[in-house]
Design a binder for this molecule. Structure first.
Ligand code: GDP
Ligand code: MG
Length: 599
């Protein structure tokens, strides 16, 4: 196979700028898919699983297209990226599998935070980037302004940009010509030892693990004995192929420069991690893996408990099943006197957490209660040893110091929103590092701040103070010692472990007061007075209470209508199911959801 006739590329963009629509059009233009399939508005290449023939669900992450250009036949491999900041490690791995990237920018929205973040990743991976200005059909498209932004904000030459409308199918031919002319062809040789970069994988109930690879050397065929370089685990290749966009077996296999999938009987996707290198086991194997493999670490943690305690087993099997297909999901059994048996789970970020919880509830039909998200704290013990704890209730009373993770945040915004955005970030313990006015309508701010302040719904607050005219992106920076204390909450003198949090010492009173106030609002009246207290090191820093109330539901029934009375009592019993017992006190199940919202 002639490498000069292969192009491997990705499409990168801020969300909604038209990545999937463009991918569909490229497949349509190259007759990879039947144009009629696109007409019902269905997107072919997307993050959702697609039902395919024989009812087998596949997750497409790359597609091979044949393209005729000036009487030459080209093989174009388009690799889709997960796109969201939580999965930036995976985005970066899929970018390591290509030579170039199409940068899609919405001509009515301009350069956004994820545009910049994605360009940074593309530059890190040494990719040829060319810009596609999309949605020029929109009446409010501001082509000239956005081209200027491209130059000032990103440093790309606006003369090289291609103007298109993915929706109307305008300019698609130019994009394909650009791919052939501007993106370098792969290098490497099939005579070298096998080096296959794993850039994605998924688990299929019928087929097992399907791994996506980009060959950077050697060749890969059915029957080959392979080895995963980080773990040294060995497999025999059962099938090699590509997506066109249906799964297509290739008997001759794939060779250096090409992209494809491999099946080898691996049981869960964690066995062949994204970013790893596959080589031949024994003779002919590569000595060194490809650069860049790292183990991803969860950053956000929360407790997940079934609302109905009897569902624990079901939750356990569901979490195990999800884990088959999500190597970054981390979990261990957790139990608390208030919430019973559940799991402490670790996620890459808030979006990842929301996706997992929603899938558990929807696909596995569970009702769940989730505790307020936390980060991993580093606790320096009295003897100087360091322990990493992601569950605040486990932080010991006596300690030397608590360190917390910090992140760097970049915000792209309209200069008119600068004041409001800076105020918001300052209220979240952020330090402003840098301000730059990039062009008339575009400014960039960068901050340093604790991760925990980002995961407590900073993104939504940013959207609301900027009325949608700001976007953000963040990366882990380091751990720093802070004046932090653990705050415990007691309800009717009973400590509620899952409500423990870590707060700045100087802010303990204010946050304690807010938390107690909110609890007093959420907890219904009982027959007795309930006190709610926030304590730091055994000392009360804030408190509130709920007055007693005699609730006799049957008093409304005059006379002796027994069935009516029974109905009311049933109703009351049902209401109780939505309650959770904290000691002697009934607390509504959504209490954690409500509390996560306060700041
Ligand atoms: P993605 O999040 O980057 O994959 O964006 P999508 O491809 O899903 O597009 C987001 C929205 O923009 C969809 O409603 C598309 O129909 C719309 N869209 C995409 N391209 C164009 C275009 O060229 N013109 C117009 N007017 N709308 C477009
Ligand atoms: Mg999309």
């Amino acid at each position: 196979l002639d490498l000069s006739k292969i192009r491997n590329f990705s499409i990168i963009a801020h969300v909604d700028h038209g990545k999937s629509t463009l991918a569909d059009q490229l497949m349509r233009f190259t007759n990879t898919v039947d144009a009629r399939r696109l007409e019902d508005g269905q997107q072919i290449l997307d993050d959702m699983d697609l039902e395919r023939e024989r009812g087998i669900t596949i997750k497409m992450r790359s597609v091979r297209m044949n393209y005729m250009n000036r009487n030459e036949n080209y093989q174009l491999n388009l690799i889709d990226t997960p796109g969201h900041v939580d999965f930036s490690y995976e985005v970066s791995r899929s970018l390591a599998a290509v030579e170039g990237a199409l940068l899609v920018i919405d001509a009515s929205q301009g350069v956004q935070a994820q545009t910049v973040a994605n360009v940074d990743l593309a530059i890190e991976n040494d990719l040829e980037i060319f810009t596609v200005l999309n949605k020029i059909d929109l009446p409010h498209a501001e082509t000239d302004k956005v081209l200027k932004e491209l130059e000032v904000v990103i440093g790309l030459d606006p003369k090289d940009a291609i103007l298109i409308s993915a929706k109307k199918g305008f300019g698609i031919d130019k994009v394909l010509e650009g791919v052939v002319d501007r993106i370098p062809h792969p290098t490497g040789s099939s005579r070298e030892p096998l080096k296959a970069l794993v850039f994605d994988s998924y688990y299929d109930v019928y087929k097992g693990v399907v791994v996506f690879v980009r060959l950077k050397g050697g060749r890969l065929r059915k029957g080959d004995k392979i080895q995963v370089m980080s773990s040294k685990s060995k497999y025999t290749v059962e099938e090699v192929g590509t997506f066109t966009p249906n799964m297509t077996k290739l008997d001759k296999g794939i060779s250096s420069g090409e992209v494809g999938y491999v099946m080898c009987g691996a049981k869960q996707i964690g066995d062949i991690p994204v970013g790893d290198t596959i080589t031949l086991s024994g003779e002919g194997g590569a000595a060194e893996p490809l650069p860049g493999y790292k183990k991803v670490k969860p950053m956000v943690f929360c407790g997940i408990f079934p609302i109905d305690g009897d569902d624990f087993k079901k939750l356990q099997t569901s979490v195990e099943k999800l884990k088959l297909n999500d190597a970054s999901l981390d979990y261990q059994v957790d139990s608390s006197s208030a919430l019973g048996m559940g799991f402490r789970c670790g996620f890459l970020g808030l979006l990842h957490m929301d996706i997992v919880i929603e899938r558990l509830e929807r696909e596995y039909d569970l009702s769940l209660l989730c505790t307020t998200p936390s980060v991993t704290y580093r606790v320096v013990q009295l003897d100087g040893s360091i322990e990493e704890l992601s569950n605040p209730s486990l932080i010991p009373k006596d300690l030397r110091e608590i360190q917390e993770p910090f992140v760097k945040v970049q915000v792209m915004l309209s200069p008119s929103k600068m004041g409001a955005v800076i105020d918001l970030f300052r209220s979240r313990r952020a330090t402003l590092l840098n301000t730059s006015h990039l062009s008339g309508e575009r400014a960039q701010l960068s901050f340093e701040m604790p991760l925990v302040e980002v995961i407590t719904d900073l993104h939504d607050s940013l959207k609301s103070v900027s009325r949608g005219y700001a976007s953000m992106d963040y990366q882990m920076s380091d751990y720093r010692p802070q004046a932090l204390v653990k705050m415990n909450i007691t309800v009717a003198e009973t400590e509620v472990g899952p409500l423990s949090t870590v707060v700045p010492r100087s802010d303990a009173h204010r946050r304690g007061k807010e938390l107690c106030g909110k609890l007093a609002e959420l907890i219904p009246r009982h027959q007795f007075k309930i006190s709610v207290q926030a304590k730091v090191g055994g000392k009360v820093v804030a408190s509130d209470h709920i007055n007693p109330f005699r609730k006799d539901v049957t008093s409304k029934c005059y006379g002796g209508d027994v069935t009516r009375k029974k109905k009311l009592l049933d109703k009351q019993k049902k209401g109780k199911k939505r309650m959770r017992q904290f000691g002697r006190v009934d607390v509504p199940n959504d209490v954690f959801r409500q509390i996560a919202k306060i700041k």
